[in-house]
Design a protein around this ligand. Structure first.
Ligand code: NAD
Length: 255
């Protein structure tokens, strides 16, 4: 029995990394998928996510060019799900991660990080919620981070953005729960994607072993680890899970 048969998902940032793994696993579990991203080619290489899904599963998939800072583009992405029977699950996954030297002026990443991580989740949730309320409910899954649970002096803007996503999630659950829309957050730890090999290099550097040594599960996370949590939150297995934070970090944060 497929866990998402008959459902349709929209995944922002679905071209690469966690979003690509989420889109792929959802399709394997029977969901049709709208991949919404500013780029079509995966950052890590390989065929575009929607093409991979069409080639390897029975599910339908389509790509919509979408910058999550643009509300109209998000409405178009959500509307693209109508072709597959309408949106059931929205995964607000698009995000950016950068280190910063907080005390140095003039090199701000604040606006970019807030715009994509916070505004993007806000607009994505609004576009999805309006469609879901017209269509009997749904599930919204927001990508926060362990950086939305704990501060870090290297990542002031990123932590602020992911903390905002966490409380936006709980607030939206409060508003939308009575209308049949569940809203939950995933908090990944150290996951090997282009974000952690290119943007803030950890995997493949001298620091990798030190970081991984602090993870009880004894390894870095994969995008598939994150996708399995998203699958749970998108599926009916989590029917009564709402305004929750699912930490997927191999035990790093609490140990
Ligand atoms: P990634 O860079 O591999 O993929 C991010 C995708 O988002 C890319 O395809 C990119 O094109 C897209 N994107 C970026 N800006 C966009 C925009 N304005 N509009 C639409 N799409 C946009 O990164 P990832 O590691 O897969 O990250 C996905 C999510 O997971 C992010 O929200 C990130 O903060 C979160 N996360 C990642 C980690 C990790 O260790 N990799 C840890 C915690 C949380």
């Amino acid at each position: 029995e497929e866990m998402l048969s008959g459902k349709t998902a929209v995944v922002t940032g679905g071209a690469s990394g966690n979003g690509r793994a989420i889109s792929s696993l959802f399709a394997e579990e029977g969901a049709d998928v709208v991949v919404a991203d500013i780029r079509e080619e995966p950052r890590e290489g390989g065929e575009p996510t929607h093409e991979r899904i069409e080639a390897n599963t029975d599910a339908n998939a389509t790509f919509v060019e979408c910058d999550v800072t643009d509300y109209e583009a998000l409405k178009d992405a959500v509307a693209a799900a109508d072709e597959f029977g309408g949106i059931d699950t929205m995964v607000n996954n698009a995000g950016v991660f950068r280190a910063e030297e907080f005390l140095e002026e003039g090199d701000d990443v604040f606006d970019m990080i807030m715009d994509i991580n916070v505004r993007g989740t806000y607009y994505g949730s609004r576009a999805a919620a309006n469609a879901m309320l017209d269509d009997g409910g749904g599930s919204i899954v927001n990508l926060s981070s362990v950086a939305g649970l704990e501060g870090s002096g290297e990542f002031i803007s990123y932590c602020a953005s992911k903390g905002a996503v966490r409380l936006m999630t709980y607030s939206l659950a409060s508003l939308l729960g009575p209308e049949g829309v569940r809203v939950n957050a995933i908090h990944p730890g150290l996951i090997e994607t282009s974000m952690t090999t290119e943007d803030v290099p950890i995997f493949g550097t001298d620091e990798e072993a030190g970081f991984v040594g602090q993870i009880p599960s004894g390894r870095g996370g994969t995008a598939e680890d994150v996708a399995k949590g998203a699958l749970f939150l998108a599926s009916d297995l989590s029917d009564y899970v709402n305004a929750e934070s699912l930490v997927i970090d191999g035990g790093m944060t609490n140990s």
